[in-house]
Design a protein around this ligand. Structure first.
Ligand code: GCU
Length: 611
């Protein structure tokens, strides 16, 4: 066994930890499943009366929680019964979907909402197992089936699953979910963000039936050190997971390999081939990879590519590339509110393609899986970010474990996606010892869990040795990242546009540099002088001057301006201009292109992607 492959496997084994309830199953996207999407009855519960008794003791901790506990879904059966709720007589919300844009009265609501789904379910085979899989739910989610607690998940943007085999009935099952999107100081993200805190079961829910022993997890990628070798790790879950035969086949490469699991149901994968059609922006070729055991079979579409840095170059399959990007928030360009559907993702990525992009920054949290699956197909490179945003509680161990868990979950979900090349640890975080330790621990964890991708974070720039006309990156975390990214707002938060031409850069790191954000607000359709804020001419002029300014940066290898589309933010309240929207989009929330859209498009159309 080659040393690098062995190292890769050892690293992957050591990085699972015990914050999340149950191990996330890989590739739920392609597994046979039964959707629980649709209308769910809901109860708004700001006082959490359905969770706590009047002494604020959680009902779920009590041996007999009593009918007052909403997760019991109790019903009045006789005239003396005292039950003060009834899900089935309540209004309903669409799942997936945030409650804010579905119900006028919940637009600003932050707190607890209970949702209930009743369903029947017959297993295909008696020995089979069943899991309930949530693609995401914001923010703190407690899940109960038939009155029993399945578990809890914290984090609004990553998937989680619970086994329900032992609780499932053929009929009249009731799945009850308590979702609480209250913002908290020690949470991730913390209390202040520049995006709308959409609450609810924001992505799909499904039941996944598996054989008793099933293919739970796998990581299959090209060896970063040898692009003629496919390596990876696979884990079976179940009574008979050890010494089991696993067959991996890649028909298009005429490859078929038989492997046997060890006592822990794990097996390492190493397949050599010098016929690989490498995935790239121009050639987003995806292989069908089929994994089979005697009981289970799963297929995935995996692209094989290498991504690394060399000095200040970013090398995709060994070739230097310039990342022509745009930042995107996960808002539906079709219905408004938190985006979740394939159509939402397709629209946003089509607009990015219209702009001439080969890369997108998904800000500031993991977006839905459709985004990365489509990016795989469309040949768009992706930056994924953990919602460590602005100033969080760096000294709080629970905050750290929470941040680590959210990162672990998005890596587990997307580690087989060729399009995903960068894991971002954070955005605009203030330098301090505690922060440096926090982020460095996250970066080391990520490098161990996934040694095939690049690490970055959106840092902040500062004066070079006190000279405000020379800018640099003065941040010890810059030593840790593979790609040195920073946000800069010269011409918007930092002076006027005329300042751009006066600025020079002195970045000493021999690393690729990425401008992860720049931009200006503009109300679509508002026109005027280019030195007057909020009109389209100002935004376009800022783009022209900024692109000239950053082109001076020798190590510049990419940019992802802020932002593709105007998005909701409770921090943006200027009447007739913002009205609750951050207006830095190159397009309005209705999909109308502003002048600056064409400035950037022109820059990208004339930018060589390899240099
Ligand atoms: C910040 C931040 C964004 C924010 C943007 C803005 O840099 O990262 O989340 O929306 O600036 O102020 O518009």
């Amino acid at each position: 066994m080659k040393k690098s492959a062995l190292l890769f496997i050892l690293m992957v084994i050591t990085t699972t930890f015990s914050f999340a309830q149950e191990k996330l199953m890989t590739n739920a996207y392609n597994r046979a499943s039964t959707s629980l999407n649709g209308y769910w009855n809901y109860i708004v519960d700001p006082y959490e009366n359905g969770f706590y008794n009047y002494r604020l003791e959680p009902f779920e901790n009590q041996k007999n929680p009593g009918q007052g506990a909403f997760f019991t879904n109790s019903k009045i059966k006789n005239k003396l019964d005292l039950i003060e709720y009834d899900f089935d007589k309540m209004d309903s919300l669409m799942v997936p979907g945030d409650w804010n844009t579905q119900k006028e009265k919940l637009f600003y609501y932050e707190g607890t909402v209970w949702l209930k789904k009743s369903f029947n379910y017959e297993k295909d085979k008696n020995t089979n197992r069943v899991f309930v899989y949530f693609e995401a739910s914001n923010y703190e989610t407690d899940v109960y089936l038939n009155g029993k607690k399945l578990g809890k998940h914290i984090g609004g943007f990553t998937p989680f699953n619970f086994e329900v085999t032992h609780l499932l009935k053929p009929e009249d099952n009731f799945l009850i979910v308590k979702v609480d999107n209250k913002r908290k100081k020690d949470a991730v993200p913390t209390v202040n963000t520049d995006w709308w805190n959409y609450g609810g079961i924001t992505r799909g829910v499904k039941l996944i039936e598996t054989s008793e022993t099933f293919i739970e997890d796998y990581f299959i990628q090209l060896d970063p050190k040898n692009d003629k070798r496919i390596i990876g790790e696979l884990t079976l879950n179940g009574e008979s997971k050890s010494q089991r035969e696993v067959q991996i086949s890649i028909p298009a490469l005429k490859l078929k390999k038989k492997l046997y699991t060890n006592a822990n149901g794990k097996v390492s994968i190493e397949i050599n081939s010098n016929k690989i059609n490498y995935w790239s922006v121009e050639n987003p070729f995806l292989y069908d990879v089929i994994i089979k055991t005697e009981e289970d079979k799963i297929t995935d579409q995996i692209g094989f590519r290498t991504i690394k840095t060399e000095g200040s170059s970013i090398l995709l399959n060994g070739k230097s590339i310039f990342l022509k990007g745009i930042s995107i928030h996960e808002e539906s360009p079709i219905n408004g509110g938190r985006g979740h559907s394939k159509e939402d993702a397709q629209q946003l990525l089509n607009w990015a393609k219209d702009l001439g992009c080969n890369y997108v920054r998904l800000a500031h949290y993991p977006h839905n899986e459709h985004m990365v699956r489509l990016a795989d197909k469309m040949g768009i490179l992706v930056w994924e970010e953990n919602p460590v945003y602005w100033t969080i509680s760096w000294d709080n161990e629970q905050t750290f474990l929470n941040a680590k868990n959210q990162l672990s979950e998005v890596i587990d979900r997307d580690k087989n996606r060729a399009s995903v090349i960068i894991w971002s640890m954070a955005n605009e975080t203030p330098t301090s010892n505690a922060r440096n330790i926090f982020l460095t621990k996250l970066a080391n964890f990520t490098k161990e869990k996934d040694p095939t991708r690049l690490i970055s974070a959106a840092l902040e720039q500062s004066d070079y040795r006190g000279n405000p006309l020379i800018r640099t990156i003065h941040d010890s975390f810059a030593e840790v990242v593979d790609i040195l990214s920073f946000n800069q707002y010269i011409g918007w938060y930092d002076g006027g546009i005329e300042k751009c031409i006066t600025i020079s850069w002195n970045i000493e790191h021999d690393k690729p540099v990425m401008i992860s954000e720049f931009g200006a607000g503009a109300k679509y359709g508002l026109h005027g002088e280019k030195d007057t804020r909020w009109n389209e001419e100002y935004q376009a002029y800022l783009y022209e001057e900024t692109l000239k300014m950053i082109d001076q940066i020798e190590q510049l290898k990419g940019v992802s301006p802020w932002i593709l589309v105007d998005f909701r933010s409770p921090r943006r309240v200027l009447p007739e201009i913002q009205d609750g929207w951050n207006r830095k989009g190159l397009m309005s929330e209705k999909g109308e292109k502003k002048k600056a859209f064409f400035v950037l498009k022109n820059y990208y159309d004339n930018k060589r992607i390899s240099n």
